[in-house]
Structure formats: C-alpha cells, structure tokens
Write a protein that binds this ligand. Structure first.
Ligand code: SF4
Ligand code: SF4
Length: 431
C-alpha cells in the first residue's frame, strides 16, 4: 500500500511512502478512511455514521480531497495500511502521541575529524569502544521496529556514518522500509564513491561545513581533510543532479567563527546548496573543553541579525536551529514546543534512547532505555511516565507573542543551566 497509517489520540498520522511525508488527519477524517470499502454506498455510509457530526458537503469534500492524493480511488478502494498497536488505548487515554515521527540514529562515534564543537566527542575509537557500539544486525532490526511503529523519518549520523560497518546495507534497509532518509556527514571518508555506485535514494544529505579553507578547517576540525572534503563535495554534486537529493550545509556557530559567514555563504552559493542550517554550539561533549567558544546572548542576537540579512540576500533556505525566536516563515517548534523525547528521539551508537543527542551529557538520568536490552516499543511506553511528559512551562513565557511556536524553547538548555526542564530557554533574549 502507498499509505501507512497509525492511529493517534487526535485521529491519525498517515505516511505517504511516495512523497515521504506524514499527513495528519483528525478523528472524523480518520473514521471516514477506516470505514471506506470498495464500491460502498457513500450516501448510506454518511447517514449511518457521520450525518450527526458534519454536513454532507464537508463529507464529500473530504472524500474528493483524499481521492485527489490517491489515498482512495474512484471505486473507494483504499490505499492505506493501518498499523496495529497493542498499546493504543494506553496512548489515547494519556493523550500523547504513540511514538516519535523522527529518529536521529548515531551509528558510530568513530570519526576521522576531532572538531572542537563535537557534542558526541567523536574521533578515533579503540576496538573495545567499537565493540560496545550496536551491531549492524541490531540496527537493521531496529529499523523494522521503527517502521512497525509508524516512524518513517530517520536521520543517520554519528560520528561519521560512512565509517559504520555495513552502512550501505543499513541505507538499503531504510529504502526498503520506504523511509525518509537524511544523512549527516563530514564527507571526509574515502568510501563515498561506493555509496554513489549503489542504487540508494536518500532525501537529504546534511554536510558539516565549518570552514571554507584549509587553515580554518584544520583549526576548527582537528585535522586537515579539506582536500578530501572538496573532492567528495564534487561527487555529491553529481549525485544531487541525478537524484534531486536535498543538500543542506550545516554550520556550528561559536564565538569566533561567525566572522566567516559571508565567505561561507559564497561557498554554499557556488556549490548551489539547497539549504543551510546553523546550530549554536552547545557546551556538550568536546565543546565542554572549550568554554571560550560558547556564545553569549549578545553573540546570538548579533548572529541572528547577520543571518536575517543573509536570508534576504540569497535563494538558499536558511534555518537557525533551536533559537527561541520566530525566525522567518518557519515556526521553529511547529507548535509542538520542544519536540525532544516526544516528536523526535535519538539513538546513541551504544544503544541508549535519549530525547536528543545533547542529553548524552546527562545520559544516566535521561536514558529512556537501551535497545540492547529491550525492544523500542517497550522503551517508548515506559518513557511517557518520565519527567519530559510533565514539564510545566515557565510563567515568564506566558505573555510572549511567540509562545505558540516556541513554548519555552529548548528543554536541554533549560536543564543544563538550571537542572530543570521547563524553565524559559536561557538563550532567549525576549524580555
Ligand atoms: S562534529 Fe561531526 S565531523 Fe566533527 S568530530 Fe564530531 S562527528 Fe566528527
Ligand atoms: S519568552 Fe519563552 S516562549 Fe517566548 S521566545 Fe522566549 S523562551 Fe520562547
């Protein structure tokens, strides 16, 4: 079937395996999709189940809408497979989403670089450390667990995912599961060509580009692999032309490197990147050894102005992730508030499920469980008893005009500063 649905307390989330997108549908719409049968008498269906809920006109419009996107055909054959969930009642009663929609999967913490800002402290790993990481077989199983829970957005990172044993097999599995795939890479390994030879489709490649010349590169990333990076970038450009894969450059901003932004934008434009995402450096992992790089709120304000100006000058989509301000047309938190641990989750290379990668810093407190010991579904069900689901927003945010989008901002930064999840994001400059 082209569409795969999961029932939720508000209705359903239906994933379109061709467009690789979720479609949220409310309870009434979900009931219509569930009750449609081939050659059904539509009028009887309406008067039997729905006439007390909404008008006939609305009913017909909804049918036309789902026909137009081919969720049902003109004879009312549906093209939707609804997944079963034995714990559905539990999630409906608790009024929480039954699983995230996106998983960030750290495949390994092995990396050819040693960036100063690296939140996962990645670099060269000893054989013992590599042995503690999840086996490719467990990751393949985990991808099926995600698919069966209706989780179709996966992003593979690390460390450097191209160094994970059987990475191409993992990508092929995600392709078979019809997932929306993103890869976060530094593009510094020599096996990119092998990836290009395979018939693998990914929706996004996110490339970390913190410097645009050898000197800056070596300084911020610990090794001079700039030539290898440029060579791979040219190869990826070919892949982009063939597959229409979205290429996004990512840039971790620290106290000093935002002076490079004009040359970075030029570099991204020359390459014809589709998007750029900026992250503020977090005091996590190796960045904890470099307090001099951490941004102050004044720096963030200054950077926000620079990036706003860049957005006006370029066709490239630009995002500034995780800063609690309404930034451009995209509400940063898409009306969910911080989604970590609810809408999105992180799998560490050693098997812990965490609300996000930043929570590696507090792994002992925030690990929801380890997939070496339990299946994903069991871990997730236990998760909703945890602190993340009972966060009360800070009263300081009550009057804020951005409250709908932001809802208090980043829960990690709140915890990191105050040892409490729901305080107003400390990077917020709104009085
Ligand atoms: S930030 Fe990325 S490229 Fe740099 S050491 Fe960490 S994982 Fe490797
Ligand atoms: S005041 Fe609160 S809700 Fe408003 S932008 Fe800042 S953190 Fe977000």
């Amino acid at each position: 079937m082209r569409f795969i649905g999961r029932i939720e307390y508000f209705g359903s989330l239906i994933y379109d395996t061709e467009r690789k997108e979720y479609i949220p549908i409310d309870k009434d719409g979900t009931n219509i999709v569930l009750n449609i049968k081939p050659n059904i008498d539509i009028d009887s269906l309406y008067y039997k189940y729905f006439s007390h809920r909404f008008s006939y006109l609305n009913f017909k419009s909804f049918l036309q809408l789902i026909q137009s996107i081919e969720m049902i055909d003109k004879n009312y054959n549906t093209n939707v497979e609804f997944l079963t969930n034995q714990d559905l009642e539990f999630y409906i009663n608790n009024r929480v989403i039954s699983s995230p929609i996106k998983f960030h999967i750290a495949l390994t913490y092995e990396c050819p670089l040693r960036c100063r800002h690296c939140f996962s402290n990645s670099g060269r790993r000893t054989p013992t450390e590599l042995n503690e990481e999840l086996s490719p077989e467990r990751i393949l199983e985990f991808l099926d667990e995600l698919r069966n829970s209706g989780i179709f957005y996966v992003s593979f990172g690390g460390g450097e995912p191209f160094l994970k044993k059987d990475f191409l097999k993992i990508l092929k599995k995600a392709n078979q599961n019809k997932m929306n795939i993103s890869i976060s890479t530094s593009l510094t390994t020599q096996n990119i060509e092998e990836f290009l030879k395979e018939n693998i489709t990914v929706q996004e490649i996110k490339i970390s580009v913190e410097a645009v010349n050898s000197k800056e590169y070596t300084n911020s990333r610990g090794r001079n692999l700039f030539a290898q990076f440029k060579k791979n970038l040219a190869l990826i450009n070919e892949y982009k032309k063939q597959t229409k894969c979205y290429i996004r450059f990512s840039f971790v901003l620290n106290k000093y490197n935002y002076t490079y932004l004009p040359s970075f934008l030029k570099f991204a434009e020359e390459f014809e990147a589709d998007g750029i995402i900026f992250y503020p450096i977090y005091s996590v992992g190796r960045a904890e050894e470099h307090p001099e790089l951490i941004l102050s709120n004044q720096d963030i304000e200054k950077i926000t102005r620079i990036i706003t100006n860049m957005k006006e000058r370029t066709k490239i989509d630009i995002d500034f992730f995780g800063i609690p301000l309404k930034f451009g047309k995209n509400g940063l938190y898409e009306n969910f508030g911080c989604g970590c641990g609810k809408i999105t989750a992180y799998l560490s290379a050693t098997g812990d499920i965490l609300p996000s990668g930043m929570f590696l810093k507090y792994k002992d407190k925030f690990s929801l469980g380890n997939i070496k010991e339990k299946k994903f579904k069991q871990i997730w069900k236990e998760n909703i008893q945890k602190e993340i689901y009972t966060i009360q927003k800070d009263i300081k945010c009550n009057e804020c005009i951005y409250l709908e989008e932001c809802r208090g901002g980043c829960i990690f930064r709140s915890f990191d500063k105050y040892q409490k999840l729901g305080y107003k994001d400390p990077t917020c400059n709104i009085k």
